[in-house]
Design a protein around this ligand. Structure first.
Ligand SMILES: Nc1ncnc2c1ncn2[C@@H]1O[C@H](COP(=O)(O)OP(=O)(O)OP(=O)(O)O)[C@@H](O)[C@H]1O
Ligand SMILES: [Mg+2]
Length: 333
């Protein structure tokens, strides 16, 4: 079985379930489809799902990252070349459009293609025809295109950076993946999934879960790198957990965080991340952040308030002031 077929798609948030439903609807149609979403939201997994749910599932699922190559190389990769078409081309080579015949071609980072490549792609979509680089023979191929990008293609088209006619054809149906911060219900489920897998890889007997504090941190983080970032953070947390039987309590979001970091301290770099897509109260935000910092410092210093004050670079009296202000004195005599 192919790796992509085995890959489970985790998530039960309404936004994600809607995407899966959309995928099932569009998969059997023999039309191009676009998968749009921020980095790391799972576009490639969704593209694979579309292929394996389509009638083409038994035929090749070929991928091409269009951002990885310069224009002329991308052109030969996609459309192939004839022997002698350029220095070093001593054999005919089939391009991905031919290799994907009867199957699907995943064009990742589609926004990065040049006008020339876009024109050739349009021709394959319209007529199923192409010529290899350096060749005159017209080849026919039957390929379903699944394009992906994290960019806004209509904007690129209006700026003249993407062919509007190609966009029209590709955009037969558009699946837009929600960012992870917009489906917070999926965060812990994904985290558990990646943690269990990582524990298995490390040969640990079992995964004993996240502490409430760790869960809270995972839930409240804004995940600018989406599922990929979550996977990395969780795998690192499992790997660096001192006592796996105790459960994971420590989450490092930024592995570069260090007082010795060149070019500025981690504390300066790591500002609290806020979403500005919704109105929010500045004061509440600051309060939550202060509470978070103080609670974390207390936990790190095992609730020794003198140590905590020192750790936070404030006096004991200042710390006491904050504890009273935020009613964090619970449990004290
Ligand atoms: N719903 C999900 N369930 C399980 N794993 C997921 C899910 N979504 C994403 N992943 C995992 O997250 C990582 C990133 O996913 P993927 O490569 O599909 O994202 P992408 O949107 O193509 O990112 P990029 O824009 O950077 O190419 C992969 O390791 C993938 O397996
Ligand atoms: Mg991708």
């Amino acid at each position: 079985m192919r790796r992509e077929q085995e890959q489970q798609l985790i998530g039960e948030s309404p936004g994600f379930l809607e995407v899966l439903e959309h995928v099932s609807r569009v998969a059997p149609l023999n039309r191009p489809v676009l998968v749009i979403g921020e980095r790391g939201t799972g576009k490639e997994l969704i593209a694979a799902r579309i292929h394996y749910l389509s009638d083409r599932w038994g035929n090749p699922f070929v991928k091409m990252n269009c951002a990885a190559l310069a224009e002329s190389l991308l052109e030969t990769e996609l459309f192939g070349h004839e022997a002698g078409s350029f220095t070093g081309a001593n054999k005919r080579r089939l391009g991905r459009f031919e290799l994907a015949n009867q199957g699907s071609l995943f064009l990742d980072e589609l926004a990065n293609t040049s006008a020339r490549v876009q024109e050739k792609i349009l021709r394959v979509i319209e007529y199923g025809e192409l010529e290899r680089v350096g060749g005159n023979e017209t080849i026919t191929t039957d390929v379903r295109i699944i394009g992906a990008t994290h960019e806004d293609l209509p904007t690129l088209a209006s700026e003249g950076r993407f062919r509007p006619d190609l966009l029209d054809r590709l955009a037969f149906d558009v699946i837009t993946l929600p960012a992870l911060r917009d489906r917070p219900e999926d965060i812990l489920q994904l985290a558990e999934h990646f943690a269990v897998k990582m524990s298995g890889e490390l040969g640990l007997e079992l995964f004993s879960g996240f502490t409430d504090r760790a869960k809270k941190m995972l839930r409240e983080f804004s995940w600018p790198g989406n599922v990929r970032e979550l996977k990395n953070v969780v795998e690192r947390a499992v790997y660096s957990c001192a006592d796996p039987a105790e459960g994971i309590d420590h989450i490092v979001f930024d592995p570069f965080e260090s007082p010795w970091r060149p070019g500025g301290s981690a504390a300066e770099e790591e500002k609290p991340r806020a979403h500005f897509d919704q109105p929010y109260e500045f004061k509440n935000h600051i309060r939550d952040y202060e509470i978070q910092l103080i609670s974390d410092a207390l936990a790190t210093c095992k609730h020794n308030q003198k140590k905590t004050a020192k750790f936070l670079g404030m006096t004991y009296h200042q710390l006491r002031g904050y504890l009273r202000k935020y009613e964090l004195t619970e449990g004290e005599d």
